[in-house]
Design a protein around this ligand. Sequence first.
Ligand code: FES
Length: 356
Amino acid sequence: MSSQPGSNEDMSEENLPGERSDAHHGAVQPVGDPFADPGLPPHEPRRQDIDERTARRSERVVAFLFTLSMLATVGFIASYVTLPIHKIVYIFPIGHVSALNFALGLTLGVALFCIGAGAVHWARTLMSDHEVPQERHPIEASPEVRQQVMADFAQGAKESQLGRRKLIRNTMFGALALVPLSGVVLLRDLGPLPETKLRHTAWKKGMLLINQNTNQPLRPEDVAIGSLTFAKPEGLSDDDPEFQDVIAKAALMIVRLKPEDIKDKRELDWGHEGIVAFSKICTHVGCPISLYEQQTHHVLCPCHQSTFDLSDGGRVIFGPAGHALPQLRISVNDKGYLEALGDFAEPVGPSFWERG
Ligand code: FES
């Protein structure tokens, strides 16, 4: 059977470019490298290499860019401190923008750009521009190569003229040192330090316990065994702008236990006939606790399953919470309402104070 033109059999007889076949053995051998290495073009010195006045001009340009970066960083900080947050300005062609955001973006952009532009100009005009071919080598560097790298580094430092061009060196260090300040001042946006605010809640002596659902002051007879009641301090309205801030620390869980079921003597003394009040804020990372198991008197935090025993001083019996739920000391006033006898004895919520 004869083969057809263009069939695989025909193609097997053809040579690829740059190869020839050995008629006797059928082997394919290369006939030379068609892409010879042209080598590096001869080095052309730049004007800065042969004219010191031109080199000095380049030096001044680099120093100017680094100085501009420093000024922009100072402008960033000044804008952050002085510009009102709600001031709107018209910027062509962008339109109406926040003056503060515009100033921060512009100054930070200029500060970073000038550092980059200064470094590029420095490299292109003053640093050595001799091209050096680098041979491929195994990934793991030999001691000789590492030694060579260090020598090259030292040579590069020398050729960059860092030691000689003190103006560039000083302004570059100044620009690099100042630019991180932009990030430091933004830490102010995290808000004021809490100081002692986290150590206290809104509860005060004589304050009535208000049912959070009905907004009515609680009487002992309103708290049945097995029920879980949430309470807030007297005088705190749901419409109050401060409501969330206050309730985040002052939220209260009230349960009634049989006095004989309470294991902790202090807990019994701080309650009223088995009615006890605990902080609703989990001592792990502050989630509101809401799951009550009346048979065991356990409350469960839904976030990470910390479990507290309300019959044993709010002790942690499971989960990542670090310490017991704080208990609020309560009593009944002469009108028959439940009232607080003061603030919590310890800060509520996550145990930040234990770090001190
Ligand atoms: S916040 Fe309650 S267990 Fe994590």
